[in-house]
Every structure is written in C-alpha cells, then in structure tokens.
Design a protein. Structure first.
Length: 283
C-alpha cells in the first residue's frame, strides 16, 4: 500500500495527515490521546475502496494546537477547513471515540459537507446523555485535571502515565509477546507524549459536548458501531438508544472488542464500514 503524508493549512495552523487509496474521500478521526497512526492497520483495508484520509486532530500527533477554547464544534470546524484545504467538498466521515464526537459535531453543523457517517466506540464513548457519559468516563480522565504546584511535578506525573502505556500490566502476563506488540506500544507512547499539551482541553470539550443533541440533528445516513467489552456491560448497551436518536441509520455490535479495537479488530471494523458506505441506498 502506498501511503502519502502531508500538511494542510487551516486558520489555526497546520494539520498533518496521512492518506492512501483513491476515489470517494473518507475522513478518519481518531481517539484521545492518539493520532493518525492509530489507523495504520485500518488504512490498508480501506484504501482499495476509498481515498482514506487520516489527519492528526489539532494538538495531537504532528498537528498544531487549536487556538482559543477547544470544543467538539471548533474541532469539527477545523476538520471542515482541512477538507476544504485539500479541495474536498464532501466526504464520508468515520469517527472513533473522541473522533465520533468531532464527527457528530461536523455532521450537525455542516450537513452539506458530509455524505455518510460512521460513529464507532466502546459503550462508555457512545452514551448519548452527557451527564451519564461524563460519569462513565470520569475515572479514565480525572488524572488529567490534577493541579500541580510546579512544572516538574506535573511532568513527573505525566511521565508516570506514559510509562503505563509503555509497560501495561497485561503484557507481562502473556507468553507470546512479539516484536509487533512492542512496536504497537512504541506508537501508543509516541502518540501520548505528543498529546500531553492537548489532553485537558480536549477532555473538557468532551465533558461539555451534547452528543445526544448532535445525534438528533444529523441528516446524514449513519452507522453506529458499538464495541462491547465485558467490563463495560454494567453501563448498559447503548445501541438502541443511540439509533433511536438518528433520523436515518442503523447499528451494529462488535463483541469482545478490546481496548484498542481500531487496531485489534481493524478487519472487522473495516468490513462493516465498507459494506455500509457502499450501500446503493439506505433501505
């Protein structure tokens, strides 16, 4: 697969991206604290069917920080500017975790710029009610809001978090760790380090976003992909509630998805995405 890298200029600076394939544009929006690198296993599946474009959201990867207050709407606006900078009028959009909020904001505010929409995430990520979703994710992100008396203590805490990504406990329990597994950890660590300056503002934007309200305003035909893990079943599955908010769309479930499903289940996610986007018309 031939993959190209580049930068596009928007009002807030430059957005770094990778792309592969040709044909109908498909914009891929990543999770926090990741970057376009998180799609490196998905792109080979999508490139034979679409012009698959994965930008680093502002403040992540190699992209410049967003100026001013960060909201899902301002991130979505930046992605609309990004598409315009590439000369793209309309595109399919795929959003994963934070990316599904940015994609929903894009679709609600700029319906003329989207064709079809795929929103993908674990149960906690797709809870439409803001207060319930915030409660579900608070234990994941609270550490990013801790106030420290000086930069050194803040950096020490951040480095401890990075170490957690570099040496996750579960990898030591495995008997079959391969070079590819270590390569995946290196990518996650690099993404996390590059995202440190954007984490607090982006998670604040997530807390403030009315996901359910945005879903109800989306005109685009939408696929909601719920990634189910046993340790999130206590939240209750969200597929039915989310699909009830959509004007036109449907849902699918991927079982035992894992914490990095966009990589571990890339083939399954790609199959569902390609099938949905290639449907001649929604029934």
């Amino acid at each position: 697969m031939s993959m190209q890298r580049g930068y596009a200029s928007v009002r807030n600076g430059q957005v770094h991206y990778v792309e592969a394939g040709a044909g109908t544009p498909l914009l891929l929006l990543h999770s926090t604290p990741r970057s376009s690198r998180s799609f490196r296993k998905l792109l080979p599946h999508l490139a034979p069917h679409f012009r698959a474009i994965a930008p680093d959201l502002p403040g992540f990867g190699e992209s410049d920080l967003l100026h001013g207050k960060v909201t899902m709407e301002t991130l979505g606006d930046a992605m609309v500017e990004f598409l315009a900078a590439l000369g793209i009028d309309t595109a399919h959009v795929f959003g994963y975790h934070t990316g599904n909020k940015v994609a929903a904001a894009m679709a609600a505010r700029h319906p003329e710029r989207l064709d079809r929409l795929v929103l993908c995430g674990q149960i906690h990520s797709i809870i439409p009610d803001a207060s319930e979703r915030n409660q579900a994710i608070r234990h994941i992100v609270d550490k990013y809001f801790t106030k420290y008396p000086d930069p050194l203590r803040r950096w020490s805490a951040q480095w401890g978090d990075v170490t957690g990504f570099a040496l996750p406990r579960e990898i030591f329990a495995r008997q079959d760790v391969a070079d590819a597994d270590i390569a995946d950890l290196k990518v996650r660590v690099l993404d996390h380090v590059q995202a440190l300056s954007a984490l607090e503002a982006t998670y604040c934007a997530n807390f403030e976003f009315d996901f359910g309200g945005a879903l109800s305003r989306i005109e685009a035909t939408t696929l909601l992909m719920e990634l189910v893990m046993p340790d999130e079943e206590h939240f209750g599955r969200q597929l039915e509630a989310v699909c009830a908010l959509l004007k036109q769309g449907r849902g699918e479930t991927i079982q035992n998805a894992g914490r990095v499903a966009i990589e571990s289940h890339a083939d399954e996610i790609a199959r569902s995405t390609i099938s949905f986007l290639n449907e001649a018309a929604y029934p």
